[in-house]
Each structure stands twice: as C-alpha cells, then as structure tokens.
Design a protein around this ligand. Structure first.
Ligand SMILES: Nc1ncnc2c1ncn2[C@@H]1O[C@H](COP(=O)(O)OP(=O)(O)OP(=O)(O)O)[C@@H](O)[C@H]1O
Ligand SMILES: [Mg+2]
Length: 433
C-alpha cells in the first residue's frame, strides 16, 4: 500500500528507526505495490511474488512476515472465488515455510467483519479487530481480540492510544485491586484539620475535596501541596481548569507560595483542557509524567471537569485507572470535585465512584450572622476515626484557618452522610475487601 520510504518515515514518527534494522539485516521491506498504469491481462497468480518474498526472506533468515494490506493485494482479482483461492495458496505457502505472519485488512464502516474475506477470519489463528470511533466529539480507538486459537484471551473491547512510543493498550483488566494498604498518616498542612482527621490524611489513600465553586477546594488542596513539598516530598498537580501560572498566582492571595516548590522541582504541573484529547490519551500522559517524576502525591483539580473528556464513562475510566495506579504505587491521590449549584447534591462524588475514595471532605457555604461563611465536614475517612462536626473554614491572607463552628447554627445537610452505624458498615466493607 505504502512506499518503502513512507513506511520508514512514518515509523520514525513513532520513534522506530527501520533503516537501522535494514542495515543490520534484520528487516527487509519489499515494495509490492502495483504500478497504477499496469494493465492486467490474462491469468496470473501471486506465486511469482511469493518467490521474490521467499528469496528476500532467505537472505535475511526471516521468521516473520507482515503483509500490509492483504485486501489491496487481492484487489487485482475481480472474482471473489479467485481471491479466496489465492488466499488459501498464500496460507499454505506461509505454513509450509514456517513463517509467523501478520496480515492487515481493512474493514468497512458498516461491516462487522470483512465479509468478502470472511474466510480470512477462519484461516487466521488470531484475529484482532481495531476500530476508531467518535464518542462525544472525542476520537477513541478500541481493540478487540476476535479469536485466538489454542489460547485464552480477554474478549472485551479495550481502548488504546497511538503515542510517540507506538500503541499503548490500556486493558481495564489490569485494574487489579492489587492495592497497597493505607499508609501512615501525613499532615494535611493544617493542624486543626489533622486533628479533625485524627492525624491527617493516610498515605497512598484517595481523598476527595468536594464543594461548590469558590468554597476553597483548590486552596485546601494547595495547603497540602505546600506542606508536602516543604517536607521534600514530590507532588504532581494535574489541573484541568487553570494553567500552572494561574494556580500558583491565585494561591499567593491566601498566602500559599508554591513558587519555591516549583523551583526546587518537587512540584510539577500537568495542565490540559479535558476536551483536548480522549480519556486514554490523558491517562497515557498522566502515567508518563508519574513514571518520570515518581511523585509521592498527586492532585487532580478538578475531577468534575473530566466529564468533558467525552462521555461520563470515559471520565470514570480515567479516574478509576488513575486512582488504581496511585493505590498500587502507594501514591496519595487528592482530588477536588466541583458541585453544581450551591447545595450539596446526593451525587457528591461527582462521577459516581465514591467507593474508590478513602476520604471525602465536604466544603459548603453557610449563612452565619447574616454573612456567607464556609464550613468543612469530613464525610468519610476509611480505616480511621474522624470528627463528625461541621467546622468553620476560613480563608485568610495567611492560609486557611479551621475552627469550631461559632454559635449553634444548625446546618442541615441532605447529602446522606454516613451514620455511625453506616461507618461500621463501611469498616466491614473495608475488611471484606
Ligand atoms: N486572601 C484571601 N482572603 C480571604 N479569602 C480569600 C483570599 N484569597 C482567596 N480567597 C477566597 O478563596 C476563594 C477561591 O478559593 P478556591 O480557588 O480554593 O476555590 P475553589 O473551590 O477551588 O473554586 P473553583 O471551584 O472555582 O475552582 C475566592 O473566591 C475567595 O473568596
Ligand atoms: Mg479550584
């Protein structure tokens, strides 16, 4: 289909130097494209082509052959029966010569299988279907193993991404629940919040700070970031809403200076619009930076924006795999979630994955002495005691201040906060897990 130099060039874009392999005698590219001006006449078979291939294969002692694309080759025959015969001939030849062969063929949009080459499916030992579709304006690639003779395989569709390192497959089955136990306590950056949580966040746990716009989620998250970086720990901050400069500058107002951490390299940002790419691509980017930085903690601000990655399912997959990776590697994952409207909703977890969360902190606006103030409540904290009280959450020029709620203002919540019995159930749930 393609010219040899085009193949070499395209492979370079993925970081694969084919010319070097050719020079080392490990690869031979045979240009078998039919001349556009060739006139087909009389009867002919692909046997002479196979003889050329055999000669080339013998020269470099090849064990594997790739035919790209078999449907293009077979197009020289108008008669489908003839195509089939030639294919059988090719199959016999490949088997006799003991080659492992990868054949590619195009599948038309409307057909589930390439019906005219249906027997190809029967002939091959392994059939992999690749597919590209647009979901919610975001392109996603999926891979499915249709059959694999003499072997077990995972039969679901799996998303994959073509990046600068080739294809990256992200099977959900790798989400293994092979999580590390919650680690020791680490300071939240605020002494009172440490007390409220009976010692702080747990290392390698996933924590969500949820609240309406402007309630101070980013400020609370950055309080932790500053403290962690101050202890020499590394933090990756994934921001879906603001640029790194915007976050750092905005945090100067409540007296949280992140600049030294950025300068010291203990704090790195990854800022990208959720709709800029598909969930898988976001994931590959995040994984790559996690691999590079090896952070102790990551912040995702805000997970509610992940819905814009395409579909809600895509957002769920993204977060689930990110949280899974963090839990497997012992990385603390602090997420913020913006609630719509100003009353807490029943879906306080945003994307419906609250069971993956170890701790949930709710920030709310409350009316206090005819003023709007903020309150903080720990909704849950797995494997730990915590205060069940609302606390007064104040943002000052010098960081956050958490005090007990002044007066006896009763704040009604309709978020279905777990009752003490509920927390026992939670404990049982945790133990059974
Ligand atoms: N120096 C300060 N003193 C008092 N309040 C401040 C100060 N600096 C910022 N604030 C308050 O902090 C709020 C912003 O907090 P933050 O950005 O953490 O909220 P958020 O919950 O992350 O909001 P969003 O959902 O928009 O991202 C501002 O709206 C402002 O009311
Ligand atoms: Mg914010």
């Amino acid at each position: 289909e393609e010219r040899a130099d085009a193949i070499r060039r395209n492979a370079l874009a993925l970081g694969w130097n084919l010319s070097a392999l050719e020079e080392a005698g490990k690869l031979f590219i045979l240009e078998a494209r039919l001349d556009r001006n060739a006139i087909l006449s009389g009867d002919f078979t692909i046997a002479p082509l196979l003889a050329i291939v055999q000669g080339a294969a013998r020269r470099i002692k090849a064990k594997r052959i790739v035919v790209d694309a078999i449907d293009v080759l077979l197009r020289i025959y108008a008669d489908p029966r003839r195509q089939q015969n030639e294919l059988y001939g090719l199959h016999d030849w490949l088997t006799e010569n003991g080659f492992t062969t990868v054949l590619t063929a195009k599948k038309s949009e409307s057909q589930e299988r390439i019906s005219q080459y249906e027997f190809l499916d029967y002939m091959a030992d392994c059939v992999i279907a690749l597919d590209l579709r647009v979901l919610g304006q975001v392109t996603t690639r999926r891979l499915r193993v249709v059959k694999y003779r003499g072997s077990g395989f995972a039969s679901n569709e799996y998303p994959y991404v073509i990046g600068d390192e080739g294809n990256v497959l992200m099977p959900i089955s790798t989400v293994s629940l092979d999580h590390r136990a919650l680690g020791p306590r680490i300071s939240t950056g605020n002494e009172v919040l440490d007390e409220v949580l009976c010692g702080g966040y747990r290392r390698s746990s996933s924590i969500m700070i949820t609240g309406a716009s402007g309630t101070g989620k980013t400020t609370l998250a950055c309080t932790f970031v500053k403290a962690a970086c101050g202890r020499g720990e590394k933090v990756l901050y994934i921001s879906f809403e603001e640029s790194d400069d915007a976050v750092v500058t905005a945090m100067l107002s409540p007296g949280i200076d992140l600049r030294p951490a950025v300068k010291a390299g203990t704090l790195e940002f990854q800022t990208v619009m959720p709709e800029a790419m598909g969930a898988e691509q976001h994931l590959v980017r995040a994984f790559r930076q996690i691999d590079k930085l090896q952070p102790d903690h990551i912040v995702v601000d805000a997970i509610s924006a992940c819905k814009r990655m395409g579909m809600e399912k895509a957002a769920f997959d993204y977060l689930m795999r990110l949280v899974d990776l963090c839990k497997c590697r012992g990385i603390t994952c602090l997420m913020t979630n913006q609630l719509e409207g100003f009353q807490p909703q029943s879906d306080f977890s945003g994307i419906g994955f609250s069971s993956l969360l170890d701790a949930i902190i709710l920030l709310r606006y409350v009316e206090l002495r005819r003023e709007i103030a903020r309150s903080l409540l720990v909704l849950k904290s797995r494997g730990s005691e915590h205060s069940n009280k609302y606390h007064h959450f104040v943002i000052t020029d010098d960081g956050i201040r958490i005090t007990s709620m002044p007066g006896a203002t009763k704040v009604k919540s309709n978020v279905g906060r777990p009752s003490p019995a509920g927390s026992r159930a939670d404990d049982r749930d945790r133990q059974s897990k």
